[in-house]
Design a protein around this ligand. Sequence first.
Ligand SMILES: [Zn+2]
Length: 278
Amino acid sequence: MNYNILEKNNVKYISFNAYEELGFIKHGFSTRIGGVSSNTYTSMNLGVKTSDNPNNIMENTKRFCEAVGVNFNNVVISDQVHKDQVRVVTRDDTTDDTTDDTTDKLNLTSNIKNIDALVTNQRGVPLMSYYADCVPLFFADPVAKAVGLAHAGWRGTMLKIGNKTIAKMTEIYGTKPENVITAIGPSIGSCCYEVNEEVIEKFNINFTDIQNFVISKGEGKYMLDLWEANRLALKEIGVLDRNILVSKICTGCNLQLFYSHRKEGPLTGRMASIIEIV
Ligand SMILES: [Zn+2]
């Protein structure tokens, strides 16, 4: 197992062992445990786009940040749209305003639009993105001291958003792919992810060997392995095998720990990934 489930103040979250050992970052992937939301959002819903009570979402976000040890006021989020645009984030993007510390700073509607991946090399700038089955990709370059997050549903995976995130890190921070440690967090596994012909046809355009991550069930139905598709894409641009950590936790199979859009429908909550250079 390449991860641990950590618990702080009743908030449970996933932590990758290799990331803990790096020493220059804080990171985590939330579970549904430890928040204040109720009903289908029970209890740690972080999804700013859900119809949950905004006060609950805010409180949950604070609790998650507190558990991971990042400053809630500095968190930078993006407006995810299942595409492949990467945004370079700096301290100017944080919502912190030291002249007024009495109000909640996190903007529940992000100013960063149409972006599914965030990268930064600045300290104290926590990046956060949201998931309920889509694949959370984490990036850490201990040499150039840069980090990133990418939201990869089937579209993002098909568009190889992970590779584009590393390409951006290379362009801006001089990152070499062989130095990058990537982690693929909890998300829908091939056990629970059936897709149709239309999805497979799109993968066929961008990937050469889709039989490595697609199993046909007949009648135009397929089981799609997003973890393996992302892993193969990352290898393609030079990320080392040993530096691709796949958690292999299926959100659909673990509803006591995670929300799953596939299994629970649209009124479910969202988990979040977070990463910060300290
Ligand atoms: Zn499953």
